[in-house]
Design a protein around this ligand. Structure first.
Ligand code: ADP
Ligand code: MG
Length: 394
């Protein structure tokens, strides 16, 4: 689960990670008031969307309206907010269609001496979180990783112990942080590592992490993602969820208890079991097709869930065909076949449908499909199914 920058910064503040004063607002007038409240000096108006690259991104059809704007008066703050709110911001992470800005963050301006990068992720290979830091802050870290990976410094740490003082000293040396800033780095880095562990994050990224003229270390940006599997023990975090930022079909699927991830291809897949869903996607690709989604209806899927799954699959404008690949173990083939027929009646299959059924009550399931009005291309096994659906959408 992703959250907004202003929400991440509020959590940082509580965790002892230094951030600047700021206020989230939803109208231009509130932005002007927030500017005055900050003391009327330099401030920054920042679009709040779940995507980075806002500083370089701009509003659709308005190249002058950037996603991060430096302002020097209440009127400028108001104008910046008016230019962003309700409009679509396009950044390298949003795709060309952009993302609507519903909230802006008015934050105190910062006296930036240096811009660094800091990020924490879980390194699955090492079974530990890893802190990554770089002198190359403020720019695309992906580019740094590709072109000058030697400028990214890594320290793994034990989640139970946190980042050790000697590790901070090592990093400071490599990042050329000295004096007051080195002391600030110790407080900052240990606090952010503890935050990452305490909140079960899958990502905590601060780009840029700045050192001010006074040697303070401040998080100027905050990108935080929580591990959804651990959210049950952080119930208070759930209210930070902003569904308007999430893929609508994925939210619908989650509400129906389905595991669904939207992808770029045109062959929709309905499968039971995550492993079978993965191999179905693989075999579609192997035969030259592109899956439109990952969808696991689960072992014990009922008719309502399967019908909702078809509604979601067929509402994707990219969908040019559907491949149903079911192994009836707990979910019987008859249940799936009935749901298929039900969904066919309700939403109508305007695209080719290939079905491969196997397992419990398979004969009865096939019979139900044959006797129904829906046009089904039946397949005998996985390869046959993949070839048939790829041919059908070609
Ligand atoms: P994004 O990563 O989405 O582009 P950032 O929060 O990193 O957004 O902001 C982009 C740039 O704007 C930063 O690299 C920094 O140079 C500048 N910036 C952001 N917040 C402030 C601030 N409070 N004061 C001064 N400059 C800022
Ligand atoms: Mg940034």
């Amino acid at each position: 689960m992703k959250i907004h920058e202003y929400q991440g910064k509020e959590l940082f503040r509580q965790a002892g990670v230094p951030v600047l004063e700021g206020q989230m607002v939803t109208t231009p007038d509130e932005a002007a008031a927030a500017y005055d409240k900050l003391g009327g000096k330099i401030a920054v108006v920042k679009a709040q969307i779940h995507a980075g690259g806002r500083g370089k991104g701009n509003v659709i059809d308005n190249p002058d309206q950037k996603g991060v704007v430096l302002v020097k008066s209440a009127d400028e703050a108001k104008a910046a907010a008016a230019g962003l709110l309700g409009n679509k911001l396009v950044t390298i992470q949003t795709g060309p269609e952009g993302q609507t800005v519903n909230r802006v963050f008015v934050e105190a301006g910062c006296d930036i001496a240096r811009e660094l990068y800091l990020g924490i992720v879980l390194d699955r290979a090492a079974s530990r979180p890893v802190l990554m830091a770089s002198t190359e802050g403020g720019v695309e870290i992906e580019t740094v990783a590709e072109e000058t990976p030697e400028l990214i410094f890594k320290e793994h740490f034990d989640p139970a112990v946190g980042l050790d003082a000697y590790q901070v000293r090592k990093l400071c040396k490599k990042l050329k942080i000295e004096g007051a800033a080195a002391k600030a780095a110790h407080k900052f880095m240990t606090a952010i590592c503890r935050f990452f562990v305490d909140f079960d994050c899958s990502l905590a990224e601060i780009n840029p992490l700045v050192i001010t003229g006074d040697g303070e270390m401040i998080a100027l940006d905050a990108k935080v993602t929580f591990d959804e599997n651990a959210l049950f023990r952080h119930k208070d975090l759930l209210e930070l969820r902003d569904l308007s930022e999430e893929e609508e079909s994925e939210v619908r699927a989650a509400n129906a208890g389905l595991s669904y991830v939207k992808l770029e291809g045109n062959i929709a897949c309905l499968v039971n079991g995550a492993g079978l869903a993965m191999s179905t996607m693989d075999i579609i690709k192997y035969h030259g097709g592109q899956p439109a989604n990952f969808l696991d209806v689960g072992g014990g899927a009922n008719a309502q869930q399967v019908t909702e799954a078809f509604r979601i699959l067929l509402s994707d404008p990219n969908c040019k065909g559907v491949l149903v690949n079911i192994f009836g173990g707990i979910a019987r083939c008859t249940t799936i076949a009935s749901a298929l027929i039900e969904a066919g009646k309700e939403v109508g299959f305007s695209v080719p449908l290939v079905v491969r059924l196997e397992g419990t009550e398979v004969e009865e399931g096939r019979k139900l499909l044959e006797e129904s009005d829906i046009d089904v291309i039946t397949a005998t096994d996985l390869t046959d199914a993949a070839k048939k659906i790829v041919a059908a959408v070609a």
